[in-house]
Design a protein around this ligand. Structure first.
Ligand code: MRU
Length: 368
């Protein structure tokens, strides 16, 4: 997607420097656009953990490039031991988004028969490049399938924009390109269907207010940022036609882990008969589990993310300020699980299905 008219993806290999990976450092958005050079697997792990980049498919891609950098660093004699250690290190950086462990598992499988460090470098680089290409195509296809839902909502009420509520940032910054939840929104906007997006600010890190709003603004999509607790009221007053969110891990039965607060939106949507869709590529499925509430590991982050808030001062500096009494404890669960029965449908690269094991596996029969 474009920023100030120039096309970007969230992660790429630096031009004329095969040993440097570049990322958009999302910590400074929307006020500063910073590109960070990453030259070691250690630095990539820090970038994932400290959320220089974030979003499930994006950190899957970052893990793949992290393994590439690890292969470059690996000693020639004992490269397999080094790569296994680095896989473990990268794998523990963020526990909920399954794209990360799915990418590391796939790359580790490809490395089993590898005979030399040089070959490992080639395998990892090829994997990272192809995984990014595949992720972009999957997100594009999610947009095309989701577009049909937006079209049908618009046909019911052709004189109004379709009002879509989204939570957190499941946009192109959370992926390699296009986004998951935002891909149908961009596709509809580009097809001339009037859409308007309610952007949940998404405390505590405000990925909606900072990143989704920035993306939509850059693409010219009409939107309004709302505090997290406004959605239910809007739904009660007929101001939301559909909700679309992304997912960090979805079980084979259709339970969805996504940014904390998603569950409350799903409850409000159910109570108001507002369709609640989840958009995700197959890299965000965890095929090994059935009960999302019991089995999905929920990341707990530092309490400072709750007690401090970041913004731009009147003099243009980015600063963090303390929001709560210094002595008040704060709790920071990063994700929650929306049970399948609250989900109207899942939008994937292969089409749309109901959130249950039978319908999901009809689209993905290789995981039966
Ligand atoms: O903690 P984050 O910012 O990585 O959480 C991201 C989300 O919850 C997104 O909504 C999610 O990854 C959806 S996938 C594009």
């Amino acid at each position: 997607m474009k920023i100030k008219g120039k096309s970007y993806q969230t992660i790429w290999l630096k031009e004329n420097d095969a040993y440097t990976v570049q990322i958009i450092d999302q910590r400074w958005l929307p006020h500063q656009f910073v590109i960070e050079d990453i030259t070691s697997s250690q630095a990539m792990g820090i970038a994932i953990k400290d959320m220089h980049l974030r979003g499930a498919p994006c950190i899957g891609a970052a893990a793949a490039y992290g393994m590439y950098l690890a292969a470059v660093e690996a000693p020639q004699d004992d490269f397999q031991t080094y790569l296994a250690q680095r896989a473990t290190y990268l794998n523990q950086t963020r526990p909920t988004a399954v794209d990360l462990s799915n990418a590391i598992r796939s790359i580790s499988k490809k490395l089993i028969a590898c005979k030399s460090q040089k070959e490992a470098v080639a395998i990892c680089l090829n994997f990272a490049i192809e995984a990014c290409k595949e992720s972009v195509e999957h997100c594009r296809l999610i947009g095309q399938h989701g577009l049909e839902i937006v079209k049908s909502l618009h046909a019911k009420n052709p004189n109004q924009p379709v009002n879509i509520l989204t939570h957190c940032n499941a946009g192109w910054m959370a992926c390699v390109d296009y986004g998951t939840a935002t891909s149908p929104i961009y596709a509809a906007h580009d097809a001339g269907i009037p859409v308007h997006v309610w952007v949940d600010e998404t405390r505590p890190r405000n990925q909606g207010a900072r990143i989704t709003a920035f993306e939509l603004l850059e693409h010219g999509v009409p939107h309004t940022v709302i505090p997290d607790n406004v959605g239910g009221h809007l739904m009660q007053h007929g101001m939301v036609d559909m909700v679309i969110v992304g997912s960090d891990r979805t079980t084979r039965t259709g339970d969805v882990a996504n940014k904390i607060g998603t569950y409350l939106k799903a409850l409000a949507a159910k109570d108001n008969q507002v369709p609640f869709y989840v958009a995700l590529p197959h890299s965000s499925f965890d095929w090994t589990i059935r009960d999302g509430v019991k089995e999905i590991p929920i990341e707990k982050r530092g309490s400072k993310e709750v007690s401090y808030i970041q913004g731009k001062t009147k003099t243009g500096e980015i600063q963090e300020v303390l929001l709560t009494p210094e002595e008040s404890p704060a709790l920071n669960y990063a994700f929650d699980v929306t049970p399948a029965h609250l989900v109207t449908g899942i939008i994937t690269e292969r089409g749309i299905c109901k959130a249950n094991e039978k319908d999901i596996l009809e689209l993905f029969p290789e995981y039966i």
